[in-house]
Design a protein around this ligand. Sequence first.
Ligand code: ME8
Length: 501
Amino acid sequence: MKKTKTIITTPIYYPNAKLHIGHAYTTTLADVLSRFRKLENKQVFFMTGSDEHGQKLSDKAKENNQEVYDYVTDIVKNFKLLWEKLDIEYDVFIRTTDQTHKDNVQKIFQMLFDKNLIYKDYYEGFYCKSDESYFTKTQLEEGNCPICKREVSLFKEESYFLRVKDFKEWITKLLKEEDILFPQFRVNELLGSFIENDLEDLAISRKDFKWGIEIPNDENFVIYVWFDALLNYLSSFAYSSAPFGIESWNEETTEVVQFLGKEIIRFHALYWPIILKNLNYKMPKLLAHGWLIVDGEKMSKSLGNVIDPLEVIEKWGSDTLRFYLLKTVSFGSDGKFSEETLLRDYNGILVNKISNLVNRVFSMNAKYFNSKIPEATITLEETKNTNKNLILIEKKIIDVMENYDFNNYIDLVIKYSEELNGYIDLTTPWKETNEEKLKEIIWFLINKIYSLFVLIKPIMPKASFQVFEALNVQKHSFDNLFIDLKNIEIPKELILFERRK
Ligand code: ME8
């Protein structure tokens, strides 16, 4: 069935430090999909935010001699600044300390408790503060946290639990048959590591500290930060900037897409579906990407290899960072970030293939037609062939993004620019003496440059905006890629990306 609405989420990030290019990668993916769906005339709800409770943040604030809320508020300002600079167009930025969210979490906790999906008992196990995660003894790696390898602490306390074990069969079938988690190989990893070995009910309360949402009618406890955090995806619908209500979640014509990094698959593909099922919400599509690796390692403060996206944007611009992140990481696998490959792609693709194409065509239009786009129709064999190839690519782009194939999307966009460059080489307008033919070539090129930048807009909104300004077109949609621009004056040149050393 054709979808008419799209719900897109990113993880809500911990405000314990500035965000790095790993976070920028996830959020860029989400933003690209959001802009893409809007160009398909769909109604999009794109949410992101900050995960502000938990022991890690409470300890961090103490180290800084600050109230936790003040401490996280400063960092959240930096999140918002980054999203602004990276051209992220979200509808809701949710903070888990917002009253709307807290009320929603308490309401849902109570509902699930009343349904006996949550019960009270004793917990004994290991806790990693850094990942805010519980582990059983067998899950530890050499006695340490299997995610971050840090020390864990052993504790026993009274706790509330979410029933998970009871859903073993259901979740196994769901993951195997329903295609909710992509890439597919992550399904086997999850089934192997957590489900077949030791699926335990999840402790969802903490007694020893206060920085969290109180459990209704039991003020000695706060709700475990992960249970609190996952529910953000539902609380966001209560915000005034949400473009539509929660009832749309279950509509058959609504697509729900959730982006996440591979290390938080267990929360999203195991516990979250159980919560959703018990609240009668349909299953989302979970897109789990790999990590960005710098100097051979996952970024971390202690290794000193953290790349600040704000610095990259300052130096290269947001379009370049967005383009590079999508191009360099093969979705699902880890990808290496380096300034050498960034420079290579910048000069090799953005300058040589895209910016030069635009500038060459604009200057030819100035030289041959005094900057006024000529009027023409398709008659030449070369134009017919190129047009056919380009229309094929346009269709493929729509198709591949039905399946969230970001790498193919970006490759196809590059191919589109190569086709146009090839068309210039083939038709050699500088040698053309027939006025009508020359008109056709330049008219066709300008119109297809327009189409190229509609296709590229989700990835590089700034460059597209510049091209649309130059061509004086305000409205864009994938339904209307060819708009027959003619008889209008456009600039003599347009340099989108300048060569760098
Ligand atoms: O896990 N490469 O927050 P978080 C790529 N608050 N992506 C990376 C990355 C890297 N090196 N490092 C981080 C949390 N990410 C929880 C989420 S959701 C209900 C709660 C991205 O601040 C990636 O998306 O640790 C990863 O899943 C997320 O940041 C973790 O962010």
